[in-house]
Design a protein around this ligand. Structure first.
Ligand code: FES
Length: 132
């Protein structure tokens, strides 16, 4: 999985920073609107992450084409959800294997923060929810 940074990023992800080019488009319904680049740069069946204002956001493109976005931080103990296994509208956290519904964020005992994501003119756009 790769990480894209608007702000500072760990050195390990620096070589992948250029994979997407997130840009703040403005505000919509009280949420920040982020353009994260062309849809074709998101591989099917994988997650990607970027940092916006020190907040890691994960984007998932399922093999059936559906897109999801969450905070890239598992609500259990902070695992990187973008590195988890993706399928059937869920992601399995790579640290302890808890499953989270990507539409609602619901997990076995915790809820991940989810964000609205869709495609506009071929580009992936995320509306970042405020922290719960
Ligand atoms: S940190 Fe994600 S399940 Fe524990």
């Amino acid at each position: 999985m790769s990480m894209v940074a608007v702000g500072p990023v760990a050195a390990a992800g620096a070589d992948r920073v250029r994979a997407l080019a997130p840009a703040l488009l403005g505000w919509r319904a009280g949420r920040r609107v982020i353009d994260v680049g062309p849809l074709e740069e998101l591989p099917l069946g994988q997650g990607r992450a970027f940092v916006f204002e020190r907040r890691r956001i994960a984007i998932f493109r399922q093999r059936d084409g559906r897109l999801f976005a969450t905070d890239d931080r598992c609500p259990h103990r902070g695992g990187p959800l973008s590195d988890g296994l993706l399928g059937e509208g869920r992601v399995l956290c790579p640290l302890h294997g808890f499953a989270f519904d990507l539409a609602t964020g619901c997990g076995p005992a915790h809820r991940a923060v989810v964000h609205e994501v869709h495609v506009e003119a071929g580009r992936v756009v995320v509306l970042i929810a405020e922290p719960a």
